[in-house]
Design a protein around this ligand. Sequence first.
Ligand SMILES: *Cc1c(COP(=O)(O)O)cnc(C)c1O
Length: 381
Amino acid sequence: MIKFLDLTAQYKSIKKEIDTAIKRVLDDANFIGGKGVQELEKEVAKFCGVKYAIGVNSGTDALFLSLKSLGIGPGDEIITTPFTFIATAGVIANCGAKPIFVDIDPNTFNINSSKIEKAITKKTRVILPVHLFGQMADMTVIMRIARKHNLCVVEDAAQAIGAEYKGKKAGAIGDLGCFSFFPSKNLGAYGDGGMIITNKKKLAEKIRLLKNHGSSPKEKYLNLSIGTNSRLDALQAAILRVKLRYLSRWSEERAERASYYSKKLKRVEDIITPLTESKRNHIFHQYTIRTKSRDKLRKYLEEKGIPTMIYYPLSLHLQPAFKYLNYKEGNFPEAERVAKEVLSLPIYPELRKKRQNFIIKKIIDFYKKEKKNFNSKRGKT
Ligand SMILES: *Cc1c(COP(=O)(O)O)cnc(C)c1O
């Protein structure tokens, strides 16, 4: 049976190291904070080429605390994409600020940077691009706009750890970059986890306070600001430290599988294979095709034992949760169209060639059948 993602196979491939790392934490019995978390923070900072990294509870908290550290609150507007996971815009609302959506570029699924400037008002404070599916958004343009209008940039790099844009790592270009260690992400923990990276000392210090009840690092039970409990725990850090050593290799193996899919599927007329823009290193958190017969293809593959996923079936501006923003259908035509056409195929380092070939064959079979049906309906065959 083919799995959409095979975390069991991944665990088996590094079992010894993981088990040793976990045992060490259990023997230590230092479950919150500690040396392992600090070491992971250093290693992630080095990996991303930034000065500071702060472990937090989740990718959602990474985004939330980033906005909090910038003082975002009621009356502020944050520009982001409507074609993303709900957390991206949810945290904006949870800060009391207003999400302002900008349509996407259907070729990359990322925010269309040429449409950002029109969305800027006097209330705009932050641009929050998402590096969807493992490919970075147009950071040069986004940073230029942000500087011109005196805005901050928070990168939602939850799906893009290790991705690059002109040689810079995801999360390392904006004021703050946010990662998620949700188990299915490219660098996944065995539970929840997240991290914020930055080169700004002041922001790093603020976040360190915020994530631990504003507690003074020098004096116990002295609280300098109102914060919350959002810590990365020692077990997750130990697991992540093992996995980080494999991340680059895993990313390469994902990219290899992606280019194999594209090579084999690009001749299929009704499929648009994902585009990798120039000067980018795509880490293929997802391999997402577009097709007009998405739902039919998905059902067909399911019958053949091939699981697929739809990321995302409904653009955020049409979600019931954001009804109060008064967006309507037609506001972001590209995001709306793509939501009806996208299909993500299984992609992970442990996906064997034989299985990938089976998936490819079944997809090609489906379109052959479709074409036959279509032609016979028109009386051609
Ligand atoms: C996973 C994800 C998040 C949230 O991360 P969690 O760790 O699940 O809270 C935010 N944004 C994007 C784009 C994501 O994919």
